[in-house]
Design a protein around this ligand. Structure first.
Ligand code: HEM
Length: 538
């Protein structure tokens, strides 16, 4: 009695070929050894009241697997939601053939569809934290291209807090709850930020309504870091990536709106995405690039490799290159969304890294954490594996699921080079991109730091109500900070725009008449005042 149907969780793998014992049908419960389970309600005991015995194999397997159901959370971006879909190329970049800039195959021909998996997330707090928090949103896309996988691991906002990866662990510690009390404390966050002036531009976005996107469908995405595109001749250009939602307006929440939602639903963004896809209202985004020639651009007042800066859109217009449609929900959250592993190192031919330091630091961090979080063989999981030919000489390690050798590869030859049936290198797809360097090895900040100019421009670009919200939100958070921290922040805001600094200072003075950590108000009053003002402590 052999049947070859199978329950196949999409993206999750699973057996497709099953034989049945005589007492089984397709719905019979078994354990993972294939034993049919005849009693799933009672453990085996001596007499019906008696002690249990140690050979309760089914029970021990069931409970010990349950005991291991959790894997470590992502150290950041732990709370997320995902969906499958496709990316469709336009074949052009703002009207010109895209091949002028990149030879990456997925972009070349209008109408070429590449399957994708996307995971949206919040950043700072744990796996079940509310989705209404003031926090950047992750926007990570895995393209399963014909040349292997490409991950574009971005955020909703177009810039970042820091430009040197050495600062990332400190930054995340400061944003997290206090290590003693486990209570969130904006003072720790602003203590770090006030000593990190390059963060002021990002802080200006984060404490404005742009810091709480209404949901995942109505937000933008950005690669944030500067990458390169490489054409058939091996010529590179600097590139930034941007996702813009199609058919729906971008929507953000005020602190009050977010608080109201959070009071009744802390999963509203996951629910919104899931339900829209179930209704057949498939969310779509257009992908655009901004392009600069690959040099230092001394004419600009910032460094093109600095991820705390926007590239002016008049000077460097958005060139649309394709669109993405999300049309399928995951069948299993853990197998697909939780075990998904994205990384900035995952590029395909025609795409390259720039010398953006933050990008280089990230590129080590992702696969490193994933070998720990998911396991050595995380790339064998269906959600992470490319949807194309894979043949490596990597072997063994915990949870080896199969041997990824080529069908014609001699199984004895797990090394390269070989003349007796091993794998061979591929031919290059085009001219290598080979930038030249002649520099001293140094530890040094970039020259054109220019930490405040764009923060001021962003402040002035906001609508009045957005500026009002920004001042209110900053006041709420800074109110619980001691003067040394507040004053430094106010000085930074002042440098960005005198009015910006003045308004924050004035608003704080009104809210807290006496100097001191909480002025003359008690801790409890301070907290209440902060809450009233839309304090943003998450
Ligand atoms: C997730 C590190 C900056 C976007 C992560 C994870 C780590 C990490 C360790 C967890 C990955 C996992 O467990 O699978 C870093 C470091 C950074 C940095 C060291 C700076 C030096 C950024 C920036 C962005 C970003 C600038 C936005 C462009 C994301 C996203 C995720 C993530 C979207 C979640 C991916 C997912 O959905 O699985 N980051 N990150 N990160 N990071 Fe970063």
């Amino acid at each position: 009695d052999q049947t070859t149907h199978g329950t196949h969780v999409s993206g999750a793998g699973g057996p497709t070929d099953r034989r049945f014992a005589p007492q089984e049908d397709g719905m019979t419960l078994t354990d993972r050894q294939g034993h049919p389970i005849t009693d799933n309600q009672n453990i085996r005991t001596i007499g019906d009241r008696g002690p249990s015995t140690l050979e309760n194999y089914h029970f021990l397997e069931k409970i010990s697997h349950f005991d291991r159901e959790r894997i470590p959370e992502r150290v950041v971006h732990a709370r997320g939601a995902g969906a499958h879909g496709y990316f469709e190329a336009y074949g052009t970049a703002g009207g010109e053939p895209v091949s002028k800039y990149t030879r990456a195959k997925l972009f070349q021909k209008a109408g070429t569809r590449t399957p994708v998996f996307v995971r949206f997330s919040t950043v700072v707090h744990g796996g079940h934290s509310p989705e209404t928090l003031r926090d950047p949103r992750g926007f990570a896309v895995k393209f399963y291209t014909e040349d292997g996988n490409w991950d574009l691991v971005g955020n909703n906002l177009k810039i970042f807090f820091i430009r040197d990866p050495l600062k990332f662990p400190d930054m995340v510690h400061a944003f997290r709850p206090d290590p003693v009390t486990n209570i969130n404390d904006p003072e720790r966050m602003f203590d770090f930020l006030s000593n990190t002036p390059e963060s002021i531009h990002m802080v200006t976005f984060l404490f404005s309504p742009w810091g709480i996107p209404a949901n995942y469908r109505q937000m933008q995405g950005s690669g944030v870091n500067t990458y390169k595109w490489v054409n058939a001749e091996g010529t590179g250009v600097l590139v930034k990536y941007h996702w813009e939602p199609l058919n729906v307006p971008i929507r953000n929440l005020t602190q009050q709106e977010a608080d109201e939602i959070q009071g009744v639903n802390y999963s509203h963004a996951t629910q919104d995405l899931y339900e829209a896809i179930e209704r057949g209202e498939y969310p779509e985004w257009e992908l655009s690039v901004q392009i600069m020639s690959d040099d230092e651009h001394p004419e600009l007042n910032f460094d093109p490799l600095d991820p705390t800066k926007l590239w002016d859109q008049e000077q460097f217009p958005f060139l649309p290159v394709g669109k993405m449609v999300l049309n399928q929900n995951p069948e299993n959250y853990f197998a697909e969304v939780e075990q998904a592993a994205f990384g900035t190192g995952v590029l395909v031919d025609g795409l390259d890294f720039s010398d953006d330091k933050l990008l280089q630091g990230r590129t080590f961090s992702y696969s490193d954490t994933q070998r720990h979080r998911v396991g050595t063989n995380y790339l064998q999981l269906p959600i992470n594996a490319p949807k194309k030919h894979v043949a490596t000489n990597q072997r063994d390690g915990q949870m080896t699921h199969f041997v990824d050798r080529a069908p014609d590869q001699d199984p004895h030859v797990n090394y390269e080079p070989s003349s007796i049936g091993g794998l061979r290198e591929a031919k290059p797809a085009g001219q290598e991109h080979e930038p030249a360097y002649n520099e001293k090895l140094v530890r040094r900040k970039i020259e054109r730091a220019n930490d405040f100019k764009q923060a001021g421009e962003t402040y002035r670009s906001f609508e009045d109500w957005e500026r009002d919200e920004l001042i209110r939100n900053l006041t709420g958070a800074l109110l619980v900070c001691r003067p040394a921290v507040r004053d430094k922040m106010i000085e930074h805001f002042r440098q960005a725009d005198p009015e910006y600094g003045h308004r924050v200072a004035e608003s704080l003075a009104k809210a807290s008449p006496e100097p001191g950590r909480l002025g003359s108000v008690s801790e409890q009053q301070g907290v209440e005042m902060a809450e009233e003002m839309g304090r943003t402590t998450d």
